[in-house]
Write a protein that binds this ligand. Structure first.
Ligand SMILES: Cc1cc2nc3c(=O)[nH]c(=O)nc-3n(C[C@H](O)[C@H](O)[C@H](O)COP(=O)(O)OP(=O)(O)OC[C@H]3O[C@@H](n4cnc5c(N)ncnc54)[C@H](O)[C@@H]3O)c2cc1C
Length: 301
């Protein structure tokens, strides 16, 4: 595949889906440009324990290092270029696809794979948390155990990273007050036996800065309001699609691949809220690179 553009394939995001797309494309001799806002496999670096990725992987950072090494190998072969940057918009045109970066750069290729995954929900995204004056609150899944031991910690939401974090830190001497809305109730079953948690269903939580911590005002689902001060607040409320301008969104904000321009391919977690798994993302990424390859072979790309 050759053309007048920057590459045969643009890949936005270098998680499992984006790296798989780039490696597959490079193996097919497609000139590939990958744009990554943070670092290769950034999300994987915070996953302490893995048990569902074929190949013997048991921790995310090792897999992230292996993906970075894969990309480096293909860079050395001269077929992949990795750019640090944040894409803000993708556009499918009749003869090309374009990606616009936040610094104004515009890249063009025969097709673009968008594999930007999901981002963590913040208090501003959910109706049950009121935290207008609170500073940025870090997500639980990125938290190190060291800074939390012996401190009073509130976790907002009972999303699945709670169980993952506790399994990854079996010896951490932490005590979490987990304040969760009714919608998260079904997720608490897998951590119900955990001694290091106090699970508390609430209808509303207010958070304001206090000396050395935060004042929490919790309205309990069973009735009554409780106000107390904690050392730290971590968020664990779920995620939302990291969709880019120019993509067609479904009613849930995700980006169904079949609704996009033919030159704009979506892979990995960004496709939908189900099936968000590393191995699935890798398969998706590989497939998304094969699509423009076969279109070009057939003379339709
Ligand atoms: C705490 C936690 C534990 C998990 N545990 C498991 C597990 O045990 N097993 C499992 O299978 N899955 C697990 N997952 C899910 C798994 O991490 C995802 O399914 C997988 O990473 C999705 O891959 P992806 O490539 O679609 O997206 P991501 O891995 O999210 O990669 C997206 C990449 O795109 C980049 N990016 C985003 N926006 C832009 C932009 N505008 N411009 C440029 N780059 C951008 C990001 O920096 C990121 O590197 C876990 C997730 C979390 C949060």
């Amino acid at each position: 595949m050759t053309g007048p553009w920057d590459a045969d394939l643009l890949v936005v995001g270098a998680g499992p889906a984006g790296v798989a797309a780039a490696v597959m494309a490079s193996s097919l001799r497609m000139r590939t440009v990958v744009v990554e806002a943070e670092e290769v496999g950034s999300k994987l670096r915070a996953i302490g324990s893995l048990e569902n990725v074929p190949g013997g992987w048991s921790a995310g950072p090792e897999l992230a290092d292996a993906l970075a090494a894969d990309l480096s190998r293909h860079q050395e072969l001269g077929r992949v270029t990795v750019l640090q940057g944040r894409v803000v918009r993708v556009t499918g045109r009749e003869d090309r696809a374009e990606a616009v970066l936040d610094d104004g750069r515009v890249l063009a290729a025969a097709a673009v794979v968008v594999a930007t995954g999901v981002t963590t929900l913040t208090p501003a995204d959910v109706p049950w948390v009121d935290a207008p004056a609170a500073p940025w609150l870090p997500p639980l899944w990125r938290a190190a155990a060291d800074g939390l031991e012996g401190r009073r910690v509130v976790v907002l939401g009972a999303d699945r990273p709670l169980g993952t974090w506790l399994r990854a830190h079996p010896l951490a001497k932490v005590q979490f007050d987990v304040l969760f809305p009714a919608g998260d109730r079904y997720k608490t079953a897998e951590v119900a036996e955990e001694q290091r948690l106090r699970l508390d269903e609430i209808t509303q939580v207010g958070i304001t800065p206090a000396p050395n911590g935060f004042r929490i005002t919790a309205e309990h689902a069973g009735g009554g309001t409780h106000s107390f001060v904690v050392d730290a607040v971590l968020t664990n409320m779920g995620s939302k699609p990291a969709a880019l301008e120019g993509l067609t969104l479904g009613t849930d904000g995700y980006c169904p691949p079949e609704d996009q321009h033919p030159r704009v391919l979506v892979a990995g977690d960004l496709k939908g809220s189900r099936m968000q798994r590393i191995a699935v993302a890798m398969g998706d990424g590989s497939r998304s690179a094969l699509t423009p390859y076969y279109q070009a072979q057939a003379g339709t790309g």
